[in-house]
Design a protein around this ligand. Sequence first.
Ligand code: ASP
Ligand code: MG
Length: 402
Amino acid sequence: MLKVLKFGGTSVGTLDRIQNVAEIIKKIKNDGHDVIAVVSAMSGETNKLIEYAHTFAKKPTSHELDMLLSSGERVTSALLSIALNEQGYIATSMSGREAGIVTDNSHTKARIEHIDTKNMTYAIKEGKVVIVAGFQGVTKDGRISTLGRGGSDLTAVAIAGAIKADVCEIYTDVDGIYTTDPRIEPKAKKLDMISYDEMLELASLGAKVLQNRSVEMAKKLNVNLVSRSSFTPEVEGTLITKEENIMEKPLVSGIALDRNQIRVGMYKVRDIPGIAATIFTALASADINVDMIVQTVAVDGRTDLDFTIPTDDLETCEGVMKIFEEDVENIDYNEDVCKVSVVGVGMKSHTGVAAKAFSAMAKENINIRIISTSEIKISMIISQKYAELAVRSLHDAYNLDK
Ligand code: ASP
Ligand code: MG
């Protein structure tokens, strides 16, 4: 098999950890597989470099930042390669450019346009382990670029897609994707498999494990992703794959919690055609990611409009709302909310899944403020103080600990 492995910052955080990664790679090589390993910078390194830059300038030019930040990954790739070579395994490190990763010109947040795999393919044919510095590429003008924070995952997935690897294993310090956050529900179970779409909906569970953009790319390129830990490499991780590959589709795969939400209530909005379009177009233009929207029945030509936004967008939202002062009687912002979501592909073909969620909330006397559903998700906005209780009750209601 050809395996693309990706080792994140904590997996290569110290020289000992790099040695540990070398051991993992040796074992996979000894099992007869070909290996391309993509590495992050040692943990904390990228932040340190950004801080260095900011001692000289508030806004360093993005090309200089790319030059600086890309160095972190190069250090790790060379060290890992040196460690492997010393132990009799032929390895070769490659920068993003050498690995053939061509990006657009958006420095510090570049998009991969294509990958010329010939250097990697050639090295693999020669029996070498290829170690690629993640998070970086080269623009068509030949300048170094980086892919945005957490971008090494993207490097790995994009390479796996381009070179048609059998699997792309993402090593972090967590051994897979759980049915919910084990710090909230200790009975949470590690999942063997999950579909791309479920993973994207459960983003809050995987946020520290897998970058959302890379899951989207894996879905697009049909790359089988595995989330596993370099601290316990003997433990099988969670496979993230296309839905058709999952034979036994569970009704519900997991419960996600998002505390990073604000509920905006617009009371007595003028009920005229086009008002919702105007409001949400204005919010979209300000780059505010509106999540759940509820409009109540109009009374006397006025209606209430409730929606949620990410906490970080509060100030921007307040600015946008000024435009609508004439159209609405009053607006309030409620920070005491969070969103709990029940996610599962099995919902598509089963009834009663939502009813069960609402009953679980009712049993605990938790008031649901807003509900929204998609084909594979039921989300509820509730008060922050019930966040953990809600997660545990839902986990229990769907027997996720079994
Ligand atoms: N080192 C980069 C960062 O911290 C890229 C990565 O680790 O994926 O964002
Ligand atoms: Mg990372």
